[in-house]
Design a protein around this ligand. Structure first.
Ligand code: GDP
Length: 467
């Protein structure tokens, strides 16, 4: 009997595959990274290049013609904002191209691919459809995972403690000194305190700190101004009885965990199959050793979400499901001549080694790469006082054409990190700071080369195996 049941079930499954649109395979690709890492540009360029497919030689299913067509479809999640692909694309492809506005909240886009069947099925079945659901979300939101293990009192104490050493906290400390936590609760007073706290988080981020929670205070998405985003840390000597500021902040902190953090992990994070983490490594290097060190610790915090063993609640939500592949991509590699790309990749891998060593990301396959989703420069070699320099050339935001030599990255990543870093000299000189290139006008001239750097390799690693 059980054999018969088994066969019936197999037949049902088989017909499902042929007839039901619901059984069409879906790859959920998560795209994350800290603010300005390059998520929006990456998604816009990836989708445009997958639809075009002419310039992705290292993406096997495009190069060998297995992908017959690629088209946008309504996404499966009705309540998630759609990634405004068309708006972003029109910005970067206009006559005077400009960069699109970056990620402020999660959004989603479904790209469907018609793919020629291969292997055993090649002769007997027609093309298959595979959906690529791209989910864009701020890396800052992953930092909130740590809040789930904390009470309001713990979070307040830690947050206030950190402020003692930060210049960016001066404003909030003043506001808090003048705040009367014993007074009768008033929404406007708490609103002002909370706004001052949000200003501190923003200032601390600009100072280079990354241990900044709650993540939504920095990128509120649709929740701006709502009570779950209107609270602040208070000293533990504040009165804590009914009707006090403390009690109300504690309630909102718990609501934030339950109604903001948990749903994000349940509804978005837990369903991701493949993940790309974009990192502005060059920006951090340019800002100096402290910024590199901060980026390293921020990445370790962000990536702890991919090591679910560390959080009991998350492990339960995932129920054994895991992200199969994670790509760590240093973005904006077009700021450097290709002769330095290998060094950039080595530095990226080294930055993440700490996070990687502590756990193996629950068996996920990982790789580091240097990419430019949208190449804004061309390369050249110029003579500079008798020595040859490898430069990049592009159009600055003021419309001027310029060639730059941003300096040489160290051969050994250890010179950027750990004890040796204090001895390191300035790696990327002042030139790097003014390289605000506009996106290059897109040309389709033969011989121009792909309008990206290794976007095709990134796609191959992330989902080439599934097509
Ligand atoms: P997000 O905040 O992670 O969504 O970041 P964006 O995608 O908006 O990128 C932030 C900025 O980085 C853009 O406005 C560009 O100035 C720059 N950028 C991103 N990707 C590239 C790239 O491939 N090449 C160059 N030259 N600049 C890039």
């Amino acid at each position: 009997n059980s054999i018969v049941n088994g066969i019936t079930r197999t037949i049902e499954t088989a017909t499902d595959v042929v007839t039901s649109p619901f059984s069409e395979p879906v790859i959920r690709l998560g795209v994350t990274g800290l603010s300005r890492a390059g998520k929006t540009v990456f998604i816009t360029s990836l989708v445009a290049n997958l639809m075009d497919r002419g310039r992705m030689p290292q993406f096997v299913p495009a190069a060998n013609g297995a992908i017959l067509s690629a088209y946008l479809q309504p996404q499966p999640d009705d309540t998630v904002p759609r990634f405004p692909f068309e708006d972003h694309l029109s910005k970067v492809t206009s006559k005077t191209p400009s960069w699109p506005e970056g990620t402020r909240r999660t959004s989603e886009l479904r790209l469907s691919l018609r793919v020629r069947s291969s292997g055993l099925l090649a002769g007997v079945s027609g093309p298959r459809t595979i959906h690529l659901d791209i989910v864009d979300y701020p890396g800052e939101w992953l930092l909130d995972l740590a809040l789930l293990d904390k009470t309001y009192a713990q979070w307040s104490a830690e947050t206030l403690d950190r402020m003692n050493y930060r210049k960016s906290a001066d404003g909030f400390r003043n506001t808090l000194d003048q705040f009367d936590a014993t007074a009768e609760f008033q929404e406007t007073a708490l609103g002002a305190l909370s706004a001052s706290f949000a200003d501190y988080l923003e200032a601390a981020r600009q100072e280079g700190y990354s241990d900044l929670t709650p993540g939504r205070f920095l990128l509120p998405g649709d929740l701006e101004g709502s009570p779950v985003l209107t609270f602040a840390p208070l000293p533990d000597d504040a009165p804590q009885g009914r009707g006090t500021y403390w009690r109300e902040c504690e309630r909102r902190f718990e609501a934030y965990k339950k109604q903001v953090v948990k749903p994000f992990f349940q509804e978005h994070f837990a369903r991701i199959d493949r993940q790309i983490v974009l990192v502005d490594v060059l920006g951090a290097i340019h800002n100096g050793p402290r910024a590199v060190e901060d980026l390293r610790t921020a990445m370790a915090d962000i990536l702890s979400a991919f090591r679910p063993g560390r959080n009991a609640w998350l492990s339960r939500i995932l129920g054994g499901k895991r992200v199969e592949k994670i790509l760590f991509a240093a973005t904006k590699a077009d700021h450097l001549h290709h002769s330095q790309h290998a060094k950039l990749t080595a530095i990226t891998a080294a930055l993440l080694r700490d996070a990687k060593d502590r756990a193996d990301f629950a068996g996920a396959e990982t790789q580091a790469m240097s990419i430019a989703a949208l190449r804004a420069t061309t390369e050249d070699t110029v003579d500079h006082k008798g020595t040859e320099l490898d430069v990049v050339r592009g159009t600055l935001e003021n419309g001027r054409q310029a060639a730059f030599y941003p300096g040489a990255l160290p051969d050994d990543p250890a010179h950027l990190m750990g004890p040796a870093r204090d001895r390191a000299e300035q790696w990327l000189d002042e030139d790097y700071g003014i390289m605000n290139f506009s996106p290059a006008p897109l040309t389709l001239k033969a011989g121009d080369g792909p309008p990206h750097i290794r976007l095709d390799r990134a796609a191959q690693f992330l989902f080439g195996d599934r097509l």
